[in-house]
Design a protein around this ligand. Structure first.
Ligand code: ZN
Length: 551
């Protein structure tokens, strides 16, 4: 079960319920190699870990490990939080292990009391032919379906299909039929190893277009902190890291900008508890030191991302991170442009933080795409220009994102206009048509800005941080707002001031996240007004959580 908490870019924070346990997302599952635990699982809590992942196949094929695990995986690993098990698919790819019986491995995962169960999928290589990829996909789909019949636990559905986007789409469509609880995009490790981030993101966004929004998506094998923010912004909720330990063994010191070789370090460019109190010459156990530093930097980045989502600044974080490698920047720009329609439908239409321009790719960000679209609805006698938005009516000079954007070489402009005209144009910009003719405007004495709009009754207020109009229920009568139609059962609750939950939404045509909407009954009677938290598709998709926060 997945519940959305906050969103920004195409990323989100959420609550993922795994049996009786829950974790917040985005998050990372730390890979535990049962043969080699340099940092024992119980110590991982101290680094920030909520979830561990281990390989059921490695345990299964080793009699000693198997006997221990059969008494309970949690006891064996000394970890009380949720445990995710992988199936051995990656060993089939990396160690040439022959095909593993999926049903046998599912039974084993059940037996050892894993919390997230993974069937054995067929790892598709980037150079597999389309025919091979198709065959592997067909077999993988069969195994997911069979797994659903074998377990009632949280089920992970791996998505294969190689580099073929049409096959990735098909894999999603097939996997959905099994109603899994989590989707994992597989076969992407070779792409990351070869810095083929453009293809990686292309695959992720293709999958996102075809997967339900109400379920988390795991980028299987993504463990380098330099990619977390980009993949989160494109819709991934979960990562896993063996990287912290593999890199450590090879002398790799991870940072959010890439990997340093320990030998080359004369300083530690980090303030984690390991680095802050030592210098490279004094480190005795290099592998242990690196393992721990790598864990710290991994969780620091996950927390940074969650905070960025909370503050509506995830795109800004991504734009700074992708500049650490040209291939990341290329991946970001290419896919932001290619999927701009889709991405724009899943981002907040208004944000608490300003829009920072940081290069050509900024022009494909949803803030720009949506603002340009909305501008088409507004005509004026006077305009000013601000790149990348183009010509903007002067009455909108205080409105998001025109005044809440920082663009190099473009001066901030707040142009004076009649308050009544500014209100009208703002409403046109947000909603299009309206029937507001006579009304009064109250200006704040402190800020000089418009605060309230009223006739004999209050029609709405202007929100201070984005200059947008928030209609009251009375004001909604004059404005052509988008409507969320709710089920009869929900009507009395909404009328009493309760927010609208997704499961009661009947329809929500064209609605975008953060948009001001009216909530109506089946006959079109306005029950309330408020802010949409989900878009049209998501409202249909989610069974849990809030759809409209009413005022
Ligand atoms: Zn460090």
């Amino acid at each position: 079960m997945f519940e959305l908490l906050d969103r920004d870019a195409n990323g989100r924070t959420g609550k993922f319920t795994i049996g009786k346990k829950e974790i917040k997302t985005p998050n990372i599952a730390i890979v535990i190699n049962p043969n080699r635990m340099l940092v024992p699982p119980k110590e991982l809590k101290g680094f920030g870990a909520d979830l561990i992942i281990t390989n059921s196949y490695i345990i299964y094929r080793n009699q000693k490990l198997r006997e221990k695990a059969e008494k309970g995986l949690h006891k064996f690993l000394n970890w009380s939080g949720p445990i995710y098990t992988d199936s051995g698919t990656f060993q089939m790819y990396s160690q040439n292990v022959k095909d593993i019986n999926s049903e046998e491995i599912i039974d084993f995962q059940e037996k050892i009391k894993s919390d997230i169960i993974t069937p054995v999928d067929m790892f598709t290589l980037p150079d597999d032919s389309k025919e091979t990829a198709r065959k592997k996909l067909k077999e993988t789909s069969k195994r997911i379906l069979s797994a659903r019949g074998l377990t009632k636990k949280t089920l992970n559905a791996p998505i294969q299909g190689g580099l073929f986007l049409d096959l990735r789409k098909k894999a999603c469509v097939e996997a959905k039929k099994s109603n899994p609880d989590l989707f994992s995009i597989g076969g992407i490790v070779p792409l990351m190893e070869q810095y083929r981030f453009r293809e990686l993101c292309d695959i992720i966004l293709t999958c996102k277009q075809n997967l339900p929004f109400s379920k988390p998506v795991h980028a299987f094998g993504a463990g380098h902190p330099m990619v977390f923010s980009l993949l989160t912004a494109f819709g991934c909720d979960l990562f896993d890291s063996a990287m912290y330990s593999i890199a450590a063994r090879r002398g790799g010191y991870l940072t959010t900008n890439g990997t340093h070789q320990f030998e080359n370090l004369t300083e530690f460019p980090c303030s984690c508890p390991m680095c802050a109190n030592s210098n490279p010459r004094d480190v005795e156990n290099k592998e242990e030191f690196l393992t721990k530093h790598n864990l710290y930097v991994t969780f620091q980045e996950i927390r940074t991302i969650r905070q960025a989502i909370k503050e509506d600044s995830l795109w800004e974080l991504v734009q700074s991170r992708v500049r650490s490698h040209p291939k990341l920047l290329e991946a970001f720009e290419y896919n932001l442009k290619k999927y701009k329609r889709f991405i724009s439908k899943h981002d907040n239409i208004s944000k608490k933080s300003a829009f920072f321009y940081s290069g050509k790719e900024s022009e494909y960000r949803p803030e720009v795409i949506l603002a340009k679209e909305r501008l088409k609805k507004v005509k004026s006698k006077r305009y000013f220009t601000k790149k990348p938005f183009g010509r903007i009516p002067v009455e909108l000079s205080g409105v998001y994102p025109f005044s809440q954007s920082i663009i190099p070489g473009e001066p901030d402009k707040r142009v004076r206009s009649k308050p009544e005209e500014a209100v009208k144009k703002t409403i046109e910009y947000q909603f299009g048509k309206h029937k507001l003719k006579k009304f009064k405007v109250e200006i704040s004495r402190k800020t000089g800005r418009i605060r309230r709009v009223y006739s004999d009754k209050l029609l709405g207020t202007i929100r201070s941080y984005d200059g947008l109009f928030l209609p009251t229920k009375e004001g909604a009568n004059f404005i052509d707002m988008k409507k969320v139609v709710v089920d009869d059962d929900a009507v009395p609750f909404v009328e009493n001031g309760k927010s609208v939950f997704a499961k009661f939404v009947k329809s929500a045509k064209g609605i975008l996240p953060s948009e001001e909407v009216s909530v109506v009954d089946k006959k079109g009677r306005i029950l309330a007004v408020g802010k949409a938290l989900l878009n049209e598709d998501e409202m249909k998709d989610f069974n849990r959580g809030m759809a409209v926060k009413t005022r």
